[in-house]
Design a protein around this ligand. Structure first.
Ligand code: SAM
Length: 287
């Protein structure tokens, strides 16, 4: 046991604190209390977070915890935690770890037996989903798509038959390209929602089929600025084709003469209707 652990048998707590995504009024009372009370704040960008803390009159020291140093320097924060000090983790905006650094630190802290406590609050994907008007009972958060077209198209190909609502983060300068690739893979008619500048002065929600949404963004360069979340309606299987009365008549005649499987195959050849559909119809007709 180290000297500090002997003096301070209770390790500190790592608080994972959400901060505003635009509107500073969205910070929670609990977040402010925790940020005031901890010994140290681990921040993605200390200069950016210094402005936030200054706005709220918080003087807690800041230390950098960004994606380049998180894995190696996590030990620095762990040592403070193990010595009994509380540490808060914040990112530049919204909830840490959600397309932001923090995962390695949280994992290391948990592995070291340190209590990790979330202090929930703003998160762009949840804010967008809560007001987009797309099904929200099940959804998939894909974060940022690959920046290069080939990787992006490959990922979208894998997602095109995903039935849950899809949520993407996108950088404004790639929005048009991304909409073009979504249109190409998911089709012009798939409903999508662009949620821009959430909680800010120019907050915009636009819900249109992908083809129209891409054209709308292409025509208005203002829509290609600021921060945005893209939501795409999940894939819906095409409605079952109805088997025509004429095809069923052919099927019925064949069912009297040959076994069910053969009847469905022959009826498919004669009528051009899919064999599976006729097979199902034959099963139903024979109870
Ligand atoms: N951790 C953040 C969260 O909880 O949402 C996300 C950080 S990620 C680096 C930044 C991306 O989140 C932006 O590129 C954008 O896609 C989305 N985002 C953040 N703030 C936003 C806002 N006010 N309006 C729309 N999208 C936002």
């Amino acid at each position: 046991m180290t000297v500090s652990a002997a003096l301070n048998p209770m390790p500190g707590t790592l608080y994972v604190v959400a901060t505003p995504i635009g509107n500073l009024d969205d910070i929670t009372a609990r977040a402010l209390r925790v940020l005031r009370d901890v010994a140290l704040i681990a921040a993605e960008d200390t200069r950016h977070s210094a402005r936030l803390l200054q706005h709220f009159g918080i003087a807690t020291p800041l230390a950098a915890c960004h994606e380049h140093n998180e894995r190696d320097h996590g030990g620095r924060f762990l040592a403070r935690l193990q010595a009994g000090e509380d540490v808060a983790l914040i990112s530049d905006a919204g909830t840490p770890l959600i397309s932001d650094p923090g995962f390695h630190l949280v994992r290391q802290a948990r592995a070291a037996g340190i209590r990790v406590v979330p202090v929930p609050g703003p998160c762009a994907l949840i804010a967008a989903l809560s007001a987009a008007g797309l099904p929200s009972d099940r959804f998939v958060f894909e974060g940022f798509l690959p920046a290069k077209a080939a990787g992006r198209l490959a990922r979208l190909e894998q997602l095109k038959e995903e039935p849950r609502t899809l949520i993407f983060y996108e950088a404004p300068h790639r929005l048009l390209e991304c909409l073009g690739d979504l249109e190409r893979t998911m089709g012009v008619d798939r409903l999508a929602v662009l949620a821009r500048e959430l909680t800010k002065t120019f907050e915009t929600f636009r819900s249109l089929p992908l083809g129209e949404l891409r054209a709308w963004v292409a025509e208005d360069s203002n829509q290609q600025r600021g921060e945005c979340v893209l939501l795409v309606a999940g894939w819906q299987p095409p409605p079952e084709e109805a088997v025509s009365a004429a095809a069923l008549r052919v099927l019925d005649l064949l069912l009297k003469e040959v076994p069910l499987k053969r009847a469905a195959a022959l009826a498919a050849e004669i009528t051009g209707v899919r064999k599976n559909l006729l097979y199902q119809a034959a099963l139903e007709r024979q109870g």
